[in-house]
Write a protein that binds this ligand. Sequence first.
Ligand SMILES: O=c1[nH]c(=O)c2ncn([C@@H]3O[C@H](COP(=O)(O)OP(=O)(O)OP(=O)(O)O)[C@@H](O)[C@H]3O)c2[nH]1
Ligand SMILES: [Mg+2]
Length: 200
Amino acid sequence: MQIILATSNKGKVREIQSLFEKDEVVPFSELLGPMEIEENGSTFAENALIKARTIFEKLGRDDAIVISDDSGITVPAVNGEPGIYSARYAGAGASDKDNLSKLVDELKKRGMKEAPAFYTAAIAIVAPNAEYVVHGWMHGKAIDTPRGEGGFGYDPIFVPEGFDETIGELDPAIKKELSHRSKALKLAKPIIEMLRSQHA
Ligand SMILES: O=c1[nH]c(=O)c2ncn([C@@H]3O[C@H](COP(=O)(O)OP(=O)(O)OP(=O)(O)O)[C@@H](O)[C@H]3O)c2[nH]1
Ligand SMILES: [Mg+2]
């Protein structure tokens, strides 16, 4: 049974598919076409559930397993910004570059070359008569000078704990080991397998 992924973020699709077998995970847009989902929750978990529930209901199938990811970067020294607003930190429709530049500006405004930061990923799993949410975190620091082209979003200014390079500079295999998303998916997988066995 395929897993349907309730995200439009290509970076997430790439990273989540890399943690499953080939073709095991399909982005919802391949089944339903493109669709904007209003994320009006007040936490990562609420937004992840909104996204997974919306796609599950749109599919209208009694054998679907839908997963979603709501994630973002939090910088305590910048009032905990951007947090759940990471995708629109620089305004509605902002690009990854705009959002990253706004966070760099906020650090510079405070005379900070770097500040502790962490990524959060909330993965929601919605299936017939079942809803779960799991979380993963990745701690490190945000720096004021983007380095590297790898990853996506804020990765060029995020240096994970135990490293000197940014995620943008590091081998993707390292992010796959360390990331908030990989940690959350490691917790989600046994739940997904249980749900699959119930519908086998
Ligand atoms: O550099 C990054 N490395 C990451 O690993 C990562 N994970 C999330 N983010 C950022 O957090 C926001 C997510 O917002 P978000 O969860 O609403 O996703 P999204 O709107 O992009 O797609 P969707 O899943 O909602 O369809 C976006 O701005 C992402 O850039 C990351 N940035
Ligand atoms: Mg979003």
